[in-house]
Write a protein that binds this ligand. Sequence first.
Ligand code: SAH
Length: 455
Amino acid sequence: MVEIKKGEIYEIEITGLNHEGQGVGKIEGFVVFVDNALPGELVEVEIEKITRSYAVGSLKRIAKASLQRIEPFCPVFERCGGCSIQHMSYEEQLRFKTDIVIQNIRRIAKLEDITVHPTIGMKNAFNYRNKAQFPVGMSGKEPVIGFYAMRTHNIIDSPVCGIQDAMSNKVREIVRMYIKEYGISVYEEQKHKGLLRHVMTRTGFKTKEVMVVLVINGRDIPHRKELIKILTSEIPEVKSIMLNINTQKSNIILGSESICIFGSSTITDYIGKFRFEISPLSFFQVNPVQTEVLYGKALEYSRLTGNETVFDLYCGIGTISLFLSQKAKKVYGVEVVSEAVRDARRNAAMNGVDNVEFVEGEAEKVIPDMYRYGIKADVVVVDPPRKGCDEALLDTLVSMRPERIVYVSCKPSTLARDLRYLADRGYMPVEVQPVDMFPWTMHTESVARIERVKG
Ligand code: SAH
């Protein structure tokens, strides 16, 4: 085996991407990760770091470029920690995400007879996010409002972000002017001093309503009136301006208290026909266009006829529950965060939906209890966080014998693990549909239909 040296240049072939979007290649069998390199490329890299199991190299020259390589649309792509695969064509990203799902199912679930459909992408993969959180800092005398750089807390500024809603870029420019004009102090993380920490925007894609949240280390801002005036005259869509109080020395972005200084303390948006009220703290899917596609698939895969009792586990603010309620007799949503449960109840009431009920608690504890009380589901939908489902939950579901399970997943490897577990207990995955919720990043979302094996 060759000895790999720091600072040396090597030519390697890139054969895959890791979960951060780095190209993966090998030097005599030893794994090397390279930012900004694509599968199929022959590249020269300078080794920057060596650990026991892998090395990290920086891209020096592309000797043979991939046909799927494109020019990143953002000038700060290589430094910003937001996107990771802007140098890959969108069609290739979709193919790639489908392949990630297929590979995980083969390797981890070791299942062959599943149809993995091609990833459903966006018609327009730009400006898809409805929520932006910009950290604020200073670079010399100039305010910087942007994004944390890859793997650090340095702030990268750029006038526009191509994946955020366009309004957020406008808000950012106004706040930048406000800081300069009135000498507003900005927060310094190290010293825990200064006022303005983050600028957050939330936009209703269907209603066009915009909320601006200034996260501050204090309880008020100077020249409030002037800021409100310029924000609302430049952007008439601004329906809510909030101060969020965060005086903690921590890197959690939002504090628990918000004060409304203009308009309403919530904005409204719709997913499908359902209306939601969004406050600074409430959870709401960040890509509303694809959320509708994903939930539509979950509803289709649940194959409801109107007579079923359905569980929506890990239900958040009850978005999927409301979708399912259209075709079910009764839906029970289960969620561990109490604010989310409160929002879920309010959302159901606001939409006049009376066949859903929300239970607060951990799915793996609540469901065994409900089952003991004789409450059973005909169809179960789960949408767990990245770590997937708890075995105690899956065991109870298996004993309950629902017709089918619909699994919405944000992480292919834990999906594959849970599919294997269920397959060994009489529930066979039949088809999986990946839906691209996060273009230009490696995030891979998918929904699986799992049927009880008859007999
Ligand atoms: N289905 C929702 C939210 C999915 S995110 C939507 O589409 O909007 C996953 C949710 O699971 C989060 O709201 C999180 O708070 C919740 N959660 C995490 N662990 C849980 C557990 N053990 N039991 C119930 N809910 C849990």
